[in-house]
Design a binder for this molecule. Sequence first.
Ligand SMILES: CC(C)(COP(=O)(O)OP(=O)(O)OC[C@H]1O[C@@H](n2cnc3c(N)ncnc32)[C@H](O)[C@@H]1OP(=O)(O)O)[C@@H](O)C(=O)NCCC(=O)NCCS
Length: 213
Amino acid sequence: MNIRLETLADYAAVENLTREAFWNVYKPGADEHYFVHMMRSHETFIPELAFVLEKDGEIIGNIMYTKSWLADEAGEKKEIVSFGPICVAPEYQRQGHSKLLIEHSFEVAAKMGYEVVANFGNPGNYVGRGFVSCKKLNVCLRENNYPTALLVKELVPGVLNDKKWRFIPNDADACCEDAEAVAAFDARFPEKAKEWRPSQEEFYIYSHSSVVR
Ligand SMILES: CC(C)(COP(=O)(O)OP(=O)(O)OC[C@H]1O[C@@H](n2cnc3c(N)ncnc32)[C@H](O)[C@@H]1OP(=O)(O)O)[C@@H](O)C(=O)NCCC(=O)NCCS
């Protein structure tokens, strides 16, 4: 098992892996391979935190980060990082591989001086990595709005203490709103059936709910 930075030569393999891992998980089909394709040229992309996980020379997982921000009540902004997509090839899931990618990238992000990671995700995948509900660290998305899926990890323990914060995501994923562009990109890959899965309902529940107390 080897974790290393993504290179240009990995782009196609990573996009294919992303498509395989995300297919039918959050919607019938997937957008995330297009997101990966586009985000590398987004101004908030952090190439120093784009890692692939190799097993016997084959890429079986990856993680990518972008810059985002927290604003305090005075409007002062702190640059932080958000990860996603992260994925592991379906046949290698639930064996601790994302744990390796997340923990390695946290170490590098901390060395780069980043103090906080905040992103949206299914809590079950991330609470074991030290993420807590945004509500516990007083990080809202909008006034009094603490989405269930907004998870925060302090790379420097206590750094968010004693203040209220607002999470300011970047717009790197806005490209996925262009359904025609997503479909045109997906047409480059072998055809795959778009189907319903229970995970899509789970995603709906998480992405439409908030922590209220
Ligand atoms: C989400 C994903 C990246 C997790 O990778 P993974 O290598 O399978 O995850 P790990 O084995 O490291 O486990 C991560 C956590 O998932 C949970 N988990 C593990 N096995 C589980 C299972 N059978 N059922 C439910 N949750 C489980 C645990 O909380 C685990 O953390 P722990 O170390 O505290 O036990 C991977 O499943 C994937 O690629 N999914 C499709 C794409 C996706 O949803 N990406 C995330 C959104 S950006």
